[in-house]
Design a protein around this ligand. Structure first.
Ligand SMILES: *[C@@H]1O[C@H](CO)[C@@H](O)[C@H](O)[C@H]1NC(C)=O
Ligand SMILES: *[C@@H]1O[C@H](CO)[C@@H](O)[C@H](O)[C@H]1NC(C)=O
Ligand SMILES: *[C@@H]1O[C@H](CO)[C@@H](O)[C@H](O)[C@H]1NC(C)=O
Ligand SMILES: *[C@@H]1O[C@H](CO)[C@@H](O)[C@H](O)[C@H]1NC(C)=O
Ligand SMILES: *[C@@H]1O[C@H](CO)[C@@H](O)[C@H](O)[C@H]1NC(C)=O
Ligand SMILES: *[C@@H]1O[C@H](CO)[C@@H](O)[C@H](O)[C@H]1NC(C)=O
Ligand SMILES: *[C@@H]1O[C@H](CO)[C@@H](O)[C@H](O)[C@H]1NC(C)=O
Ligand SMILES: *[C@@H]1O[C@H](CO)[C@@H](O)[C@H](O)[C@H]1NC(C)=O
Ligand SMILES: *[C@@H]1O[C@H](CO)[C@@H](O)[C@H](O)[C@H]1NC(C)=O
Length: 442
């Protein structure tokens, strides 16, 4: 049912606060590896005519090129000879075919949040920027939506919310849907609907040979298995069909507590009691982080605990009681519509964590339960790092706990996703402002 040709592709994204995997695909041929890259006029004369009227090419130093090659993590910037903004799935396919013929590396990009340093290895390449493939259409029965590969989280959340609907989607507003989704995709509704990839019904994929195929349980089912968990390496998603639901609870309750670090052990003990081994309630998400708050101390990082809860404040009270008993320095409560939840968690579209131009590298690991002495050791290392390197003082260590019920309801072997048994997500975000040269320090 995808008659519309204006679909687009997948992209890549890595959100600062969620598990996301950058999507990219590349293709090289060793036998003509040394040939010179195509010139601007070759792109204009050979590729341009093969694209639809709505497609655009941007070359280095133009305003469009500069705008479109901006990345969340500036240290993941590739060297692109051209940005292609496809207007249709066929434009994506034509660009991939061109790249194949001319032996040019390429990278599909949506919101540019991929944090893997390897993304910066594309050299004299083509950025296939799928942002224009961003239409969303809800099916007649209201149980699914067909979307362009360029749809992003905030767009999807708002679109569905306006219709009383929700879906599994990443926890940050600013990333694409398929960037995280092809590798996993934790979010606030993981407890209900599982990972982003668990909601994929069908994908239109541009393959390396330039053909466009439909991938589902009944069409190229082997690729359907692989795309869900290892999808970034197999093709460019120009459209996907996705499960949607009536929103279970339109408001989200947030409680945020700040602790001095002497409470660190007690906070993680309480978190283990609350949600280790996948036992946390399906409505709950926890973020716990180490960060410097100069208003409290210039040298001693604090421990912040955030409960995000897709139900009422009253229902959250028994969950919060053990944390309040630890006497936080400060605590605030807030109830927001689901569309405001990413911002309330510090990951809204225009929040600092989402804005481009930082230097960042993410090293996530999955866990069952917190090892308290390890978490103290991480704290000590983090404290040393930010004290010895003032340029890194905006770095954080983040511990995220997403509800697991929806994720564990899916048969582990049914997709390529390999981490279905993990409960907790931990990552260090060595992070610096653009003025700081991070690479050598990390
Ligand atoms: C091309 O762009 C125009 C103007 O933005 C738009 O109205 C039209 O629908 C687009 N066509 C396709 C095929 O995307
Ligand atoms: C810059 O990029 C954004 C999306 O990243 C897009 O919405 C905007 O239209 C672009 N501006 C220009 C001048 O290309
Ligand atoms: C890509 O790298 C080459 C070689 O260093 C350089 O000449 C070119 O300007 C770079 N292109 C861009 C767009 O940065
Ligand atoms: C690169 O090499 C392949 C395999 O020999 C060949 O088919 C292709 O035409 C070459 N590409 C160009 C642009 O010469
Ligand atoms: C591209 O590869 C797919 C999958 O192997 C195959 O079905 C299709 O026929 C190929 N298309 C072309 C044009 O070679
Ligand atoms: C989690 O599972 C581990 C290993 O099975 C067990 O030792 C631990 O007690 C469990 N923790 C909780 C809080 O259930
Ligand atoms: C980081 O260091 C700068 C410069 O000393 C200072 O202005 C800023 O408040 C510090 N930020 C944090 C979070 O400690
Ligand atoms: C925050 O909400 C919790 C749960 O309802 C409640 O126990 C606590 O008293 C509230 N705290 C503040 C400061 O409002
Ligand atoms: C917790 O981590 C420490 C090292 O910090 C290690 O010695 C210990 O074995 C770990 N405990 C468990 C239960 O894995």
């Amino acid at each position: 049912m995808h008659t519309s040709l204006q679909v687009i592709v997948t992209l890549l994204d890595l959100v600062p606060l969620i598990a996301a995997i950058p999507s990219f695909i590349g293709h090289t041929r060793s036998d003509n590896f040394t040939r010179l890259p195509p010139s601007v006029s070759t792109y204009q004369q050979e590729l341009g005519p093969r694209l639809s009227k709505n497609a655009t090419l941007y070359f280095p130093n133009s305003a469009g090129y500069i705008n479109d090659t901006e990345r969340w993590a500036a240290n993941t910037k590739s060297n692109f000879s051209v940005v292609v903004v496809p207007g249709t799935a066929q434009d994506v396919a034509a660009t991939v075919s061109f790249a194949d013929t001319y032996n040019v590396p390429f990278l599909a990009v949506n919101k540019g949040h991929g944090g893997a340093a390897g993304l910066a290895t594309v050299y004299n390449g083509i950025q296939i920027y799928i942002r224009a493939l961003d239409d969303i259409e809800v099916s007649e029965d209201g149980n699914s939506a067909s979307m362009g590969g360029g749809v992003y989280q905030d767009q999807l959340v708002n679109y569905l919310f306006d219709r009383g609907k929700a879906a599994s989607s990443g926890a940050c507003a600013c990333t694409g849907v398929m960037g995280p989704g092809l590798g996993g995709g934790f979010g606030r509704f993981s407890g209900y609907y599982g990972l982003v990839l668990d909601s994929i019904i069908e994908l239109d994929v541009v393959l390396a040979n330039g053909s466009i195929i439909t991938v589902s349980e009944s069409s190229h089912s082997d690729l359907f298995w692989g795309m869900r968990g290892a999808g970034h390496n197999f093709g460019i998603v120009t459209r996907f069909s996705y499960k949607i639901y009536d929103i279970p609870h339109p408001d989200w309750f947030f409680s945020t507590m700040t602790f001095t670090n002497d409470k660190l052990e007690a906070v993680f003990e309480a978190l283990n009691t609350f949600g280790a081994n996948g036992t946390q309630p399906k409505e709950a998400v926890t973020y716990t982080l180490y960060t410097l708050n100069p208003e409290i101390s210039a040298t001693e990082p604090v421990v912040i605990f955030v409960l995000q809860f897709g139900a009422s404040a009253a229902e959250a009270a028994p969950i919060l009681a053990p944390f309040f008993a630890l006497k936080p320095l400060s605590a605030t409560n807030e109830t927001v519509p689901y569309t405001g939840a990413a911002h309330a968690a510090g990951a809204g579209d225009t929040d600092a964590t989402c804005l481009p131009g930082v230097s960042a590298q993410l090293y996530p690991v999955g866990l069952q339960t917190y090892n308290i002495s390890t978490n103290r050791a991480i704290y000590n290392l983090y404290k040393t790092m930010v004290n010895e390197n003032p340029g890194l003082n905006t770095s954080i260590v983040q511990f995220e706990g997403y509800a697991q019920q929806g994720i564990r309801a899916v048969e582990p072997d049914s997709t390529a996703y390999a981490h279905r048994g993990d409960s907790l997500l931990v990552y260090v975000v060595p992070h610096s402002l653009p003025s700081c040269k991070l690479h050598s320090n990390t």
